[in-house]
Structures are given as C-alpha cells and as structure tokens.
Design a binder for this molecule. Structure first.
Ligand code: CAA
Length: 380
C-alpha cells in the first residue's frame, strides 16, 4: 500500500479541509442544536465534487477515487458529523447507480446527484423489523403489466425527506427465499404511493435527516428495476462494503476533532498550579487517543486503497469500520473526561462529538455485524 498521496488526492483533501474549516465547522453547533438539514452546505460540497467523489466524470462525478473520498469524508466529519453522514450516503448512492445502473439510469440520475440538483440520494434497505438482517425484509414488489408495484415500510433512511432518488430493496420472491428473492428499484422522490414519515429525534447527528418511508401501492415503471431481478441483495452488500469506508472515515474525523479540542483545552486549563496537559493522567489519555486515531487511519486507508485498486476489500472495510467507530467512541468519551464538568455541557463540542460518534458503531452494519463478516473470513 502506497501511503504517499498523489496530486489529485492532495487537491481533494485540501479542498475539503478548506471548505470544512471555513464553511462547515462554524455552523456545526447550530446545525446540531436546531436539527437543521444543511442543504446549503451539501450544495457547496456538490460544487466541489464532494458528493460524487468516486463517480466517473462522464456522469458528472469528480472521478477522484476511493482514497480521495475517504480523505474528504475525514475532513468534513471533523467539522460536522451530521453533514458527513449525508455526504457519505450521497456518495454511496451515486456510486452504486454508476456501477450497477443501466446506461439510461446512470445518465439520468448520477449527474443530478453529483451536481446537487438532488439535495440527497437515499439508500432504502432497512425496515422496522429487518436492520441487521436485511434478508428478512418484508417490503414487496410485484410486476403489474409495464409497472412494478411496491408495498411495505422502510426505516432509518438517511436524507429521505430531501432525496431526489431512492434505491429501494423489495421482495420479488416469497420470504422463504430470503436473500435470493430480493430486487432493487430506483424510485424518484415524490412518486405517488411513497410517503416520507416524521424525522427521528436522535441522540446525535441531529442535523442529519433520518426518516421512515411507507410504500402504499407505489407504482414505478418496469425500467425502474435496478440490477438483475432477484439479484438485489448482492448490490446492497457491495454498496455497504464501500459505505463502511465512508463511515470509518466519518468516525475518524469525529475522533480527530475530539482530540484536537482536548489538546487545546488541556494546554489552557490549569489544575494544581499547572496546565492539566502537564499531568501524566492527561498525557496518557492524549497518547492513547492519538494511537487509536492513527490505527483507525491506517485501517481505513488500507480498505480504501484495496477498493481503489480493484482488490477484494469487504473484510478490510469491516475491520476499518469496526475499529474506527469503536475507537471514536472511546476517544470522544476521553475528550469529555479531559474537559471535566465543562465537557458535559454544550459550552464545548466534546459532548456533541460523543453523541455523534455513538451512531458510527450502529449504522451501515453494527459492530456485531462487522464482527460476523470478519469472523466468517477468519474461519474460512
Ligand atoms: N459482496 C458481494 N456479495 C455478498 C457480500 C459482499 N460483501 N456479502 C454477502 N454476499 C452474497 C453472498 O455471497 C451470498 O451469495 P450466494 O447466495 O450467491 O451465495 C448472498 O450475498 C447472501 O449472503 P449471506 O448468506 O452471507 O447473507 P446473510 O443473510 O447471512 O447476511 C450479512 C450477511 C453480512 C450479515 C448482511 O446481512 C449484512 O451486512 N447485514 C447488515 C446490514 C447493514 O449493514 N445495514 C445497514 C443499513 S444502511 C445504513 O445504515 C445507511 C445509512 O443510512 C447510514
């Protein structure tokens, strides 16, 4: 693995860092406090090519690769985790359509996602009773003449209120076929029969829009089928492998913000006549935080590098996601501890980072699911 960034990767990293520092960071506390969907910021990210980093230029994307995507995610997440998760999902949706769509689907939807014409694209896999086990989904799609008719419910859909396009998974064969009877559809936002529910009231990433969906006789044309009929489950798995690189990068960005603020605070705050940074108890925490961040960075970069070089990366993406998300929770927890009582208040960002980090061990596959994926490969 080459650890040296090339010119494109440096360019993307710098552009993301600059935008995150100048525009995103100053709004992050307010986005969290008011649960504001950062539409203007997503538009700004789209203008920089950051909502379609690994989508080919002929489809409107930046064509800058997976490592660039991971680096950009880290920078944006360091400023605002709510914005970063929507950026990650928008990239995953665009990339999935670019990879598995028909020529017509790719040409129709990818440019709209990349340019920001669609404020979001959403990934509608999970259901109220099927999160970790999407093979157990109940939403159905039945063929009716020149249409498909979708009925059912989806849950935890990031960006659903604003999505111009949804990738929707539904059963096209009876439940006993499990993962082998699931197909995938591209459903445009506003399609009759698709109802977007009330936004969830969450612990963290409060600016990110998370909604349930209801499909009630939602009719889409025959050519809304995405990928092979009954071949949808594998598309979900492959998309999630890439998405997990996005979430490990998000976790890493949040952890970096927590460490940077802990360093600054520990140099300022005095106790027992010296800045607390001079106490070994604080120094050891900072050292452990940095060590975990470095390890998470290397694991995330390994997964991104493998994907970029068209090698198998599913296991490495799960390892990166598992480690980075759990490390982020530990790092952010230590950041609160270093800030003492102030860390437990909204006066400092430490508490927001901890709330934001917590979800990274849950979405795009819980830590337990990542361990399942890793264990299967370990056991052969
Ligand atoms: N790539 C390609 N194919 C894959 C694959 C992968 N990574 N993983 C599995 N498959 C294939 C298998 O080879 C198998 O194919 P065959 O039938 O041809 O043999 C098929 O898919 C079924 O695989 P499994 O039998 O392994 O399926 P399973 O039901 O045991 O599930 C699992 C495996 C990995 C646990 C999977 O269910 C999983 O990843 N669960 C977690 C789901 C998840 O991450 N949800 C996140 C929701 S989206 C989200 O959070 C987005 C957001 O908004 C932030």
């Amino acid at each position: 693995m080459d650890l040296e960034l090339n010119e494109t990767q440096k360019l993307v990293q710098n552009a993301a860092r600059d935008f995150a520092t100048r525009v995103v960071g100053p709004q992050a506390a307010e986005i969290d406090a008011t649960e504001r969907f950062p539409r203007d910021i997503l538009r700004g990210l789209a203008e920089l090519g950051l909502t379609a980093v690994n989508v080919p230029p002929e489809l409107g994307g930046a064509g800058a690769g997976v490592i660039s995507f991971a680096l950009a995610m880290q920078e944006v997440a360091r400023a605002c985790a709510s914005t970063a998760v929507m950026m990650s999902v928008a990239n995953m949706v665009g990339e999935t359509i670019a990879k598995f769509g028909t020529e017509a689907q790719r040409r129709l939807y990818c440019p709209k996602l990349a340019s920001g014409e669609y404020p979001m694209g959403s990934f509608a896999l999970s259901e109220p009773d099927a999160g970790s086990d999407p093979g157990g989904m109940r939403t159905t799609a039945r063929r009716d003449g020149e249409s498909w008719v979708i009925d059912g419910a989806k849950q935890w859909i990031t960006g659903g209120t604003y999505a111009g396009i949804f990738i929707v998974w539904a059963r096209t064969l009876p439940p006993e076929t499990s993962a082998k009877g699931i197909s995938c559809f591209l459903v445009e936002g506003g399609t009759p029969g698709l109802k977007v529910g009330r936004r969830e009231d969450k612990l963290g990433i409060r600016g990110s829009d998370t909604v349930p969906l209801e499909f009630d006789g939602c009719r889409v044309p025959a050519d809304a089928l995405f990928g092979q009929e009954n071949g949808g489950f594998k598309i979900a798995m492959m998309a999630l492998d890439g998405g997990r690189i996005g979430i490990s990068s998000q976790a890493l960005g949040i952890a970096r913000a927590a460490l940077a603020e802990s360093i600054a605070y520990s140099k300022e705050r005095r106790a027992f006549d010296v800045p607390i940074a001079q106490h070994q108890a604080i120094q050891f925490k900072l050292a452990d935080m940095q060590t975990q961040i470095d390890a998470a960075h290397l694991l995330s970069m390994r997964a991104a590098w493998l994907k970029e070089n068209h090698m198998a990366f599913s296991r490495e993406a799960s390892i990166a996601k598992l480690f980075a998300s759990e490390a982020a929770v530990r790092v952010c927890n230590d950041a609160v501890q270093i800030h003492g009582g102030y860390g437990y208040t909204r006066e400092f960002a430490a508490e927001r980072h901890l709330r934001d980090a917590r979800v990274t061990t849950i979405y795009e596959g819980t830590s337990e699911i990542q361990r399942m994926v890793i264990a299967r490969t370990v056991l052969g």
